[in-house]
Design a protein around this ligand. Structure first.
Ligand code: CTP
Ligand code: MG
Length: 249
């Protein structure tokens, strides 16, 4: 396999750790192989996000959150298929939790080194690109953005908010509707603080589906959306494998 050399711009000012989440069950994908290790274009799915983050000029260190006991498998079956420049940035393997937010919390707690910013990324988003990472980095440096920068895209569809019975309660103006993706990037102190209050939100019965929600609920900080790419899909159901293979062609 060929790994072309990446000429990085100078992104050295802030020390950035990325948490790569790959400890899910892949229930919606189904199939015998766990989603993170499923074949996509000849490599396990998780290889793509690992390589993109690890080769990025923005990212200094990586934490991989994986199923308990999988470190040997990842080192032997995944790492050889990824640019060594990328795997060389992995500083910790952490076992995931039962829910995504618990996996994130484990990832945050594993960061024992110096770090100014934390980027949280779904391992299932194989098509994260360097330009998006650099836009997130730039946005995070702007003091007006209050220490957050969240990848997403304007919604192509009109969105309806319903009540519990399925009747439409509201139709937000599509121009203000975004589909949220990852990476979600934060000043390290802010995301650490937000995650330290996670039990309170769970006790309130709030379903935590992304990391920015915690910051929204707990810190009163504004969360800044940053345009990513319509290709930055989360490989979730079998159709997404077909779409992913088309992107790779
Ligand atoms: N994830 C994780 N720990 C969990 C749940 C999810 O690390 N307890 C990770 C997944 O591995 C994935 C990302 O978070 O890379 C986004 O989750 P999702 O796409 O929902 O993956 P799964 O939870 O594995 O899939 P499903 O919800 O269909 O079971
Ligand atoms: Mg899930």
């Amino acid at each position: 396999m060929q790994f072309p050399i990446y000429h990085s711009p100078d992104m050295r000012e802030k020390r950035v750790t990325a948490i790569l989440l790959a400890a899910g069950k892949g229930a919606r994908m189904g199939g015998p192989v766990p989603k993170q290790y499923m074949d996509l274009g000849g490599r396990p799915l998780v290889c793509y996000a690992l390589e993109a983050l690890g080769r990025s000029a923005v990212i200094d260190d990586l934490v991989m959150v994986i199923p308990d006991g999988d470190e040997g498998y990842v080192r032997e079956q995944v790492f050889p298929q990824v640019d060594p420049a990328a795997t060389g940035k992995v500083r910790a393997f952490v076992p995931g939790g039962a829910e995504r937010y618990l996996s994130v919390r484990n990832g945050i707690e594993a960061i024992t080194w110096e770090c100014d910013e934390i980027y949280i990324h779904d391992g299932a988003r194989a098509f994260i690109d360097e330009a998006t990472l650099e836009r997130l980095y730039e946005a995070l440096q702007d003091p007006g953005n209050h220490g957050t920068a969240v990848a997403g895209m304007p919604s192509k569809d009109t969105v309806k908010i319903t009540d519990a019975e399925g009747f439409v309660a509201d139709t937000p103006d599509r121009r203000n509707v975004w589909i949220v993706q990852t990476p979600q990037a934060f000043h390290a102190d802010l995301v650490r603080e937000a995650y330290s209050h996670i039990e309170e939100l769970i006790a309130q019965g709030i379903s935590i589906t992304d990391d920015a929600m915690l910051v929204e609920h707990l810190s009163g900080q504004c969360v800044r959306m940053v345009e990513a790419s319509y290709r930055n899909i989360k490989v979730t159901t079998p159709e997404d494998i077909l779409i992913g293979e088309a992107f790779l062609k």
